[in-house]
Write a protein that binds this ligand. Structure first.
Ligand SMILES: [Zn+2]
Length: 345
């Protein structure tokens, strides 16, 4: 066997790169994106959204089969961004509305993958943590300050990192920022939307109204028969009144989440906002958010112009969760239990 350039040859055949091959996978509620050998492939996710009649445990098994099938040769690694509530410290998965509906689990996904292919290094991280890692990489290190990342797509999630210590503190279940399943704050005239269902099995949640599927539910409730995601994107761009009313309604609960963050944690200097919904609507999304944030202010929320600096819309294609997963695998951000961080000497 001889090394020629960056390629290991064995009897004349190119066998594998010297550096272990990395496969990067983004598992969302609608699509799985798999990047291998510099090529990005997209396939339908084994999710509740795509397969509403299939039991959740079967969907999890199909996901494991997919991940094992794309794993590289021995010595390589797989980094996974997973659109599920999970413990980033242990790799244990708790649940995901878009992927598995209201099924709650306590599944050691990382352990399952390691047992299936022990010759490969596995890293699995929550997709919002991945988005945060990518976003925070561009925010300067600052002691005492924090930065957040909020994703609005088939689900809604938030995570906040300490910019000084580069840590993400989670609770004893490994969770932080599952804001999509908080009650949606809506004005009295829209109280009827509080009965809309959520993928998690609840009703009246932020995701019931503001996630991708939530926007479709609100459009139906408001009688906007023309609604499709493509119509929404184009109609908002064209200044359509109905589309802008819809945008104002679905951004309201998100604005209230942001307002709550800054009232409770004023050291959060910036929140990056990304995800499929935001990428579709573009700059109009931030404009609608800022209108809510400035409009219903009180002394508690600080000066109105402060929102300008705090809300950053991520340029297309939003946070790069594939890059973020890799950064987490390299330790750029470290996820720690809140209790452990508290008791650090
Ligand atoms: Zn929910």
């Amino acid at each position: 066997m001889a090394v020629r350039g960056d390629v290991v040859t064995d009897g004349g055949a190119v066998r594998s790169p010297v550096r272990p091959l990395t496969v990067r996978v983004d598992v969302g509620g609608t699509w799985i994106r798999t990047e291998s050998d510099g090529v990005l492939r997209r396939s339908p996710a084994p999710s509740r959204i795509n397969h509403p009649g299939v039991p959740a445990p079967v969907l999890v098994d199909r996901l494991v089969e997919h991940l094992v099938s794309v794993a590289p040769a021995a010595g390589g690694q797989v980094v996974v961004s997973l659109g599920a509530a999970m413990d980033d410290v242990t790799g244990t998965v708790r649940g995901s509305g878009p992927l598995w509906g209201d099924w709650l689990m306590d599944r050691d996904l990382l352990g399952v993958l390691r047992r299936a292919r022990p010759d490969v290094v596995w890293h699995v991280f929550n997709d919002v943590t991945c988005g945060l890692a990518d976003f925070a990489d561009a925010v300067p290190r600052e002691a005492g300050a924090s930065a957040g990342y909020l994703t609005i797509s088939s689900g809604i999630g938030l995570k906040i990192a300490d910019l000084g210590t580069r840590t993400v503190r989670v609770d004893e279940n490994g969770l932080q920022g599952e804001v999509g399943h908080l009650p949606a704050v809506l004005p009295p005239e829209l109280a009827g939307l509080g009965h809309l269902p959520c993928e998690c099995g609840g009703v009246g949640h932020v995701a019931s109204v503001s996630s991708g599927p939530g926007i479709a539910r609100v459009a139906a409730a408001l009688g906007i028969g023309a609604y499709t995601t493509e119509w929404f994107r184009q109609a908002v761009d064209a200044g359509d009144e109905g589309a802008h009313t819809l945008l104002a309604v679905v951004t309201r609960p998100v604005a209230e989440v942001l307002r709550t963050i800054w009232v409770i944690q004023p050291w959060v200097v910036v929140v990056g906002i990304g995800g499929g919904v935001v990428e579709g609507v573009g700059g109009h999304y931030r404009t609608a958010l800022l209108r809510h944030l400035r409009g219903a202010g009180s002394y508690a929320a600080g000066p109105a112009d402060a929102w300008e600096h705090r809300v950053r819309l991520l340029d297309r294609p939003g946070a790069d969760v594939l890059r973020g997963a890799q950064l987490l695998a390299e330790g750029a951000l470290v996820v720690t239990r809140a209790q452990e961080a508290d008791h650090r000497p």
